[in-house]
Design a protein around this ligand. Structure first.
Ligand code: DUC
Ligand code: ZN
Ligand code: ZN
Ligand code: ZN
Length: 455
């Protein structure tokens, strides 16, 4: 199959170029002005922006959390992804205590294989450090699982400093890269206990028991450990100035540190926890922060101190969120977002003059592709690359509603949010999967083996 996309503007990390794009089968064959091909199906993209398909390097589909399972699995979650211009997700295969990494990987393949509508890979979340884990990490690299995840909080997944140190030392040997959820669990436990003793268990207390200092402390500690070993690490879902300051301090000392943030931290703030019942729907960890942090995060994206925007998509219905009706600690943590990242960044980043389209391309496509060993197969529109393209109509307006979403959730954290710049078409390895903003072809996703990180 051949497609010729006529009269669009190709966006890359450093330029915007008016050019046609010729796709043959799964690949970009050629880009340039005034291309012709009598065999190709013509697609008029006049006035539209062609971004390399967005990569969401932080999703949780079909994950067991707090005795329930996320509302989105790989079927619904990846449909939502392609509707939103995301052509690849990197989910977290999670090793439960007592399990091997091989078992965890097999488990996640079963969840994703033959059901996914965008391409996918997994980070391997290490929750149990032992001798076998070290050897299994090498196997993961052979399987194309070249990135790992560690949690500094959550009882089921937490690793202590000893284990983090040992795992990162092994990581250095095998050349893997690690994303870390940074929050100080001791502080959180103490503050939660205190709130419980006072009977103070409304959603408004959630951000108070997980303060910015708990995140910053964990970032500092992680970076001290990683610095001692001399290994780059990724601070995932960074939310606040204090945490970014810690990252910058480590960089000043010569450390390589990458940082990821998410749309909810850029656009929503902790006052949403004060909205009574509804406040529960915003419970995620780390929590939404005070509004003044948003400026710092946008500036971080603009000046390159934050490299990627992922979603931490971890969705629950309002019924599931309601498990915490009388006790916020029983509310499963997480929010939906895989569907809306691209249009939010375009509208509130590019549209408000906070980011250029090139910077948006970097944080949604190019940087995650490089950081997670996918570039230049993905993350760019160049001859030989996978024909993953998100076509944005920069003038078209829309409003985000739960009712119109593919995500399997009955609410949207961005309900009523106005959008200017919508996802018109999406190509996944040369297959038109979204057209006119609607998903038209599902289950075309493939598992993608990844190489070493290169950012
Ligand atoms: N935070 C969430 O809110 N949900 C899933 C995992 C996480 O770290
Ligand atoms: Zn082996
Ligand atoms: Zn996390
Ligand atoms: Zn997460």
């Amino acid at each position: 199959m051949r497609y010729l996309l006529k009269n669009g503007t190709i966006v890359s990390g450093d330029q915007m170029k008016k050019a046609d794009v010729l796709i043959e089968d799964e690949k970009i064959l050629e880009t340039g002005p005034d291309l012709h091909d009598p065999e190709a199906v013509l697609v008029d993209v006049t006035g539209e922006l062609l971004f390399p398909g967005f990569i969401d390097a932080h999703t949780h589909f079909q994950l067991e959390v707090s005795g329930t399972v996320t509302a989105d699995d790989f079927d619904t979650g990846t449909r939502a992804a392609i509707k939103g211009g995301t052509t690849m997700v990197i989910d977290f295969a999670t090793q439960y205590k007592g399990e091997t990494l091989e078992e965890a990987l097999e488990n996640w393949h079963q969840r994703a294989d033959n059901r996914s509508s965008c391409d996918y890979s997994f980070h391997m979340a290490i929750s149990d450090w032992n001798k076998n884990t070290a050897e299994s990490m090498e196997h993961m690299m052979e399987e194309g699982i070249t990135s790992f995840k560690m949690y500094m909080t959550y009882p089921d997944m937490i690793l202590n400093d000893h284990d983090i140190f040992m795992a990162l030392r092994k990581m250095k040997e095998i050349g893997g890269i690690t994303g870390v959820h940074c929050e100080n669990s001791g502080m959180i436990d103490a503050l939660t206990e205190e709130a419980r003793n006072k009977g103070d268990l409304g959603a408004d207390v959630h951000p108070k028991v997980r303060p910015e200092g708990a995140e910053a402390e964990a970032v500092n500690r992680l970076l001290a450990i990683a610095g001692e070993i001399g290994i780059p690490v990724i601070v995932v879902h960074l939310t606040c100035k204090e945490a970014l300051d810690a990252v910058e301090r480590a960089r000043k000392k010569g450390q390589t540190v990458f940082a990821e943030t998410c749309p909810q931290y850029l656009l929503l703030d902790s006052s949403l926890y004060e909205t009574g019942e509804e406040g529960r729907n915003y419970i995620c960890s780390p929590p939404l922060r005070k509004k003044e942090n948003q400026k710092v995060l946008w500036e971080g994206l603009r000046n390159g101190t934050i490299q990627t925007v992922s979603t931490d998509h971890c969705s629950f219905t309002t019924k599931q969120k309601g498990f915490g009706r009388d006790d916020f600690t029983k509310t499963p943590n997480g929010m939906p977002g895989v569907e809306t990242r691209g249009v939010l960044l375009y509208t509130y980043g590019v549209g408000k003059g906070l980011l250029t389209p090139q910077q948006m391309c970097r944080v949604l496509s190019e940087n995650p592709a490089k950081l997670y060993g996918l570039y230049p197969k993905k993350g760019c529109i160049m001859p030989g690359s996978d024909a993953d393209i998100a076509v944005i109509d920069p003038e078209r307006e829309d409003v985000i509603t739960a009712e119109s979403q593919e995500q399997n959730v009955d609410y949207s954290p961005f309900e009523g949010t106005k959008i200017k710049g919508t996802i018109d078409k999406v190509f996944l390895r040369g297959c038109l999967v979204t057209d006119g903003g609607r998903v038209v072809k599902i289950k075309q996703g493939k598992f993608i083996k990844r190489g070493p990180h290169m950012l």
